[in-house]
Write a protein that binds this ligand. Sequence first.
Ligand code: NAI
Length: 331
Amino acid sequence: MNVAVFSTKRYDREFLEKAAGSRHRLRFYAPKLDLSTASLVAGCEGICVFVNDCLDEPVLAQLAQLGVKLVALRCAGFNNVDLAAAQRHGLTVARVPAYSPFAVAEHAVAMILALNRKIYRAYNRVREGNFALDGLLGFDLHGRTVGLIGTGKIGAVFARIMTGFGCRIVAFDPFENKECLELGVAYERLDSVLEQSDVISLHCPLTPENHHLINAAAIAGMKEGVMLINTSRGALIDTVAVVDALKRGRIGALGLDVYEEENELFFEDLSGRVLQDDVFMRLLTFPNVLITGHQAFFTREALEGIAATTMSSISEFEEFGTCANRVVQAS
Ligand code: NAI
């Protein structure tokens, strides 16, 4: 199949080309998919897109008009796709439902450890010959309560790792995961999880129902000085409310790998530009905030898994007109 690949980086090309072999002809484009770039798909039956490509109704309508049949997301989340519009325009949407859940879970743990023990501050201090310990005080994770929102594939791996540290895990998820129950994870109501936890980590998808799940009211119900980690999707958090809570010390530490306005920032080198997002810039001024640019998935194993699954979905669709990783809109 001819496939137009959007938002391509050097590493995408390397892994996708290897997985495609000679079966599919991939055309790589650096720009994001939006209405201004959609015409690049001419001659392609498939497209391959990532987390910040725009797949709203106008874009999907244009893709369909140009002969696209398959939208293959090379990620797990599909909050950037208007699934109802895709269906109306006869487009099949596929995603990569699972690829190294370890990559994301381990990144969340890395953020917890770095924030708790102030590793990023210590690194800078020592390089400048400053060996003072003031301001670097952490706490034992052992014996702490960790709140888990979302106990799917990534949440379960995260729970296993944190159990290894000797943490007590309380979780909220409408569906209980047997693996988590076996680990001793206690399922509770969301407000109860927020109230008890020393560390809260988000591992659920972004849906219209849970937009700004962590808002001012939710923060008011959390422990004073809680550590909040988001490696899922930016809009699960109301960033303005979180900035306010950081200023008041209600949130004691914040680790973000995702940000609600990230599509204007992440995955690009903007180091020579003046960033215009004042909320993001305010976040960068806090000594207890650690931000990474949507890199939680970024391990060799995850990229191999993503490329292999994406290409096998394209092959399956080419052969059977559908594929197992098709995303169906919940009714
Ligand atoms: P999964 O589908 O295995 O698990 C998601 C779980 O969240 C399910 O158990 C579901 O019942 C639960 N859930 C749904 N709505 C919820 C709500 N409102 N409150 C609590 N739980 C809820 O998904 P997986 O593979 O564990 O991934 C989780 C999320 O991680 C993805 O949706 C994606 O947004 C994010 N992600 C981030 C990456 C990164 O690089 N930062 C990479 C891959 C995924």
